[in-house]
Design a protein around this ligand. Structure first.
Ligand code: FMN
Length: 250
C-alpha cells in the first residue's frame, strides 16, 4: 500500500516574515566548519584551566538550540563548570577504580563537563508543556496552528515508540544529535572536547536524581583546554575510512 500523504506541521502556513535570511553579523558565520571538523581531536588530557562565563553560556546555548524531531527536546543536562561540580560528576560517573575510571581525570581537569540524559518516555503532560512553551514563544499565530501541531506531534511520538511501548530509544537518538552539535560547536569556539560513553549511567542517574525525574544518562562530554604534552591523541594524524567507502552517490 502506498504511504499516506500527510501534512507536516505548518505545511500550509504562510511565512511569518519577521526576519530576512541574511545574518546580521555575517562575520560570525564565516568559520570554515569543514576545517574545524578536520582539525578537532578528542582531548585525552586537560590543563585544569577554567572556562570564562561567556564560554560557559555559549556552550549552554549549543545544548539549548540543538534541533530535535518535532521540536521534542527530550533531554536534560547535568553541567559541572566548577571543580566541585566536576568532582561530583567524576565520582558518580567514573569513580577512582572500576571500568570507567580512565575518564575520571579528564572530567576533573576539564573546564566544563556535561552529562547528556534522555527522557525514559514521553507522556501527555510533557507534550502539553512543549506546546505551551511554543505558544508563549509566539509560534502559533492562529489557534488552529497549535491544534495541528499537537495532533501531528502526538502521532509522530506514537510512531517512534519501540516494541515495548517506550519512546526512550527515540529520545536517546535526539540527544545524540545534540551531542554532535555540541562537539563541533565546542571545536568551532576554539575549545578542546572529549565525548565519553565510558560512564556509569546508573551512578549518574542516582547521584543527580535523573531516574526519578524520568531521564536516563547516556554519555558525557568534557570541554576545556587540552594539555598537549600529556595527550597521546594530540598531533597524531586522523584515521578515517575513505569517502568512496562511506558514501554512495545517489
Ligand atoms: C559516542 C562516542 C563515545 C566515546 N567514548 C569515549 C570515552 O569514553 N573516552 C574517551 O577518551 N574517548 C571517547 N570517544 C572518543 C573516540 O575514541 C574518538 O572520537 C575517536 O577515536 C576518533 O578520534 P578523534 O575524535 O580524535 O578524531 C568517544 C567518541 C564517541 C563519538
Amino acid at each position: 500500500m502506498p504511504p499516506t500523504a500527510r501534512a507536516m506541521p505548518g505545511q500550509n502556513r504562510k511565512p511569518a516574515m519577521t526576519k530576512t535570511s541574511t545574518p546580521t553579523d555575517v562575520s560570525r558565520f564565516h568559520t570554515d566548519i569543514a576545517e574545524v571538523a578536520r582539525s578537532r581531536h578528542t582531548a585525552k588530557a586537560y590543563t585544569g584551566e577554567e572556562l570564562s562565563a561567556a564560554q560557559v553560556n555559549d556552550l549552554l546555548d549549543l545544548l539549548r538550540y540543538s534541533a530535535s524531531s518535532v521540536n521534542s527536546q527530550p533531554w536534560h543536562f547535568v553541567v559541572g563548570s566548577t571543580p566541585e561540580g566536576r568532582a561530583k560528576i567524576a565520582n558518580a560517573g567514573a569513580g577512582d577504580d572500576g571500568d570507567y575510571s580512565f575518564n575520571g581525570p579528564n572530567i576533573r581537569a576539564c573546564g566544563m563537563a556535561v552529562v547528556f540524559a534522555a527522557r525514559r518516555d514521553i507522556d501527555e503532560t510533557y507534550l502539553a508543556h512543549l506546546l505551551e512553551v511554543e505558544d508563549a514563544d509566539d509560534r502559533y499565530p492562529e489557534p488552529s496552528n497549535k491544534a495541528e501541531m499537537a495532533q501531528i506531534r502526538e502521532w509522530f511520538v506514537g510512531l517512534m515508540r519501540d516494541d515495548g511501548g517506550s519512546a526512550h530509544g527515540w529520545c536517546a537518538r535526539q540527544t545524540y544529535w545534540n551531542g554532535g552539535q555540541f562537539l563541533l560547536g565546542a571545536a568551532a569556539m576554539g575549545l578542546d572536547a572529549t565525548p565519553m560513553e565510558g560512564i556509569d549511567a546508573d551512578g549518574l542517574d542516582a547521584e543527580f536524581g535523573l531516574a526519578d525525574a524520568g531521564f536516563r544518562a547516556l554519555f558525557c562530554v568534557t570541554v576545556g583546554r587540552n594539555k598537549d604534552a600529556d595527550d597521546w591523541n594530540f598531533g597524531l594524524p586522523k584515521s578515517r575510512l575513505p569517502i568512496s567507502e562511506i558514501v554512495t552517490q545517489a
